[in-house]
Design a binder for this molecule. Structure first.
Ligand code: NDP
Length: 452
């Protein structure tokens, strides 16, 4: 008789957990995954996927306006929130079913339950009130949104979780934060027609991004009518006639329909019983892991946002796959976290890969910068006041392209392709030797000749 019920029990059926469990099962392991909410995790259920669908929805507003310069006359435009949410929910339901089917086809068992570790090999399923045992446990519980506890009336605010299920489009929305979610939802709400206010505690949005991209992005958001307040902090929220009166610490007040906190996500390690099982947590309460995603308890591993390494879906998927290869396919695999491309699907879009100018200058003796800011071809006819901005950060000694930063139409798509070149350690000469594809915005990346 087997010593354990399962070779692998994964807690959390998000991007990382599902990939790891499926691959382990395909390698012949008896695998199970426990999920308390919906299969698919943050990305599929209340993150990247529904967000991108809403970003598409919001962009039609500008597309319809821009169409006029090309001869289109669209006399009546009307947006219906209920249709968007219903269609989005249908698509998310389809994807969730696909995720479930993929687990089933691989031969993995799914428990719809909340899991708590009783010891390193024993998982208690709370709803069913039964325990299952596993040789290896994988923690893939992701992160969770939070609202600062000290804010008076904080319970009147919502997070990105609730945005996807609002009954109606708020007429006026305040978004607190200056990171990915704040910038993306500001673009969505503004595009859909809401008055949009961003309140950010820092002196510039998008900390960690290239300085010029941060500043230009804020200007572009302001040009679109998004009201951005820097160095601003929410003091209190009070309900008033079905709306919310928000007071900022500088004393100014705003009446809004919704206030959304997008102030980062915290590793979802609460109440999992990890501390009693020899699994050490970091200061941020993330699971501390080594390069192979192994925790301080030898048979317990963790992947994805719960480890707070690079909190992005493709990274979690890679980490899940590497875990399965390491533990169930006899191929120890560490994930390379360098040069991860990333995008902010705001209005406009940002796509980046590699080092910012600031980071490169801190690491390399001589850094060359090549950049361009130009009007996208479409805007010449639509008349829209917008620019595409591109910057290449190059090591002056080796000529290796260390970073590429793009703001504007199709930035994310371009960044994904340039990421291959950056990962291959392409030099500026390689970029110069590449023939331009005309007429595109991307051709500028191989036509940048003047060092700034
Ligand atoms: P981010 O970490 O991107 O941004 C959090 C923002 O909140 C920052 O601007 C930060 O400011 C601010 N902040 C932090 N603490 C406080 C506080 N106590 N009060 C007020 N403001 C505060 O997190 P998000 O919530 O935007 O996104 C969560 C995660 O989801 C991110 O890790 C991101 O990787 C991922 N994500 C990725 C997307 C994508 O790939 N396109 C899209 C959406 C989310 P500062 O840093 O200046 O201190």
């Amino acid at each position: 008789m087997a010593a354990y019920d399962f070779d692998l029990v994964t807690i959390g059926a998000g991007s990382g957990g599902v990939r790891a469990t499926r691959m382990a099962a395909q390698y012949g392991a008896k695998a199970a995954v426990v999920e308390e909410y919906r299969v698919g995790g943050t990305c599929v259920i209340r993150g990247c996927v529904p967000k991108k669908l809403m970003v598409y929805a919001s962009r039609y507003a500008e597309d319809i306006e821009d169409a006029a310069g090309f001869g289109w006359h669209v006399p009546h435009k009307h947006f219906d929130w209920t249709t968007l949410i219903a269609n989005k929910d249908r698509e998310i339901g389809r994807l969730e079913a696909l995720y479930r089917r993929n687990l089933e086809t691989a031969g993995a068992t799914t428990f719809e339950d909340r899991a708590v570790l009783r010891d390193p090999h024993t998982v208690h399923l709370l709803k069913a009130d039964k325990t299952i045992t596993a040789k290896t446990v994988l923690i893939a519980t992701g992160g969770r949104a939070w609202i600062p506890e000290e804010i008076e009336g904080g319970d009147l605010a919502i997070t990105s979780n609730e945005v996807f299920h609002l009954k109606e489009l708020p007429k006026c929305v305040m978004i607190v934060g200056g990171g990915y979610i704040a910038v993306e939802f500001a673009g969505v709400f503004k595009g859909l027609g809401a008055r949009t206010i961003v309140v950010h505690h820092g002196d510039e949005i998008l900390r960690g991004f290239d300085g010029e991209i941060r500043k230009r992005m804020r200007h572009e958001m302001q040009k679109r009518g998004i009201d951005v307040h820097l160095k601003s902090v929410v003091a209190s929220i009070h309900a008033e006639d079905g709306r919310k009166r928000v007071r900022l610490k500088d004393g100014t007040e705003h009446i809004v329909d919704e206030i959304v906190f997008a102030v980062g996500r915290r590793p979802n390690t609460m109440g999992l019983g990890l501390e009693h099982c020899g699994v050490e947590l970091t200061d941020m309460r993330a699971v501390a892991v080594d390069a192979f995603s192994r925790s301080t308890q030898g048979n317990v591993y963790a992947v994805g946002d719960v480890t707070n390494r690079a909190n992005l879906t493709p990274v979690a998927i890679r980490e899940g796959a590497a875990f399965a290869d390491t533990v169930f396919n006899d191929t120890p695999t560490a994930v390379d976290h360098a040069d991860i491309p990333t995008a902010v699907f705001g209005a406009p879009e940002i796509g980046v890969v590699g080092l910012t100018e600031e980071a490169a200058r801190a690491q390399f003796a001589k850094v060359d910068i090549y950049k361009a800011a130009f009007r996208p071809m479409r805007a010449t006819m639509s008349g829209r006041d917008t620019l595409i901005f591109m910057k290449l950060v190059v090591d002056g000694a080796s000529e290796r392209v260390l970073g590429c930063h793009i703001l504007g139409e199709a930035a994310a798509e371009m960044a994904q392709c340039v990421a291959i070149a950056v990962k291959m350690k392409a030099t500026k000469r390689d970029f110069d030797a590449t023939m331009a594809l005309h007429p595109t915005a991307g051709e500028e990346l191989v036509l940048l000749r003047t060092k700034i």
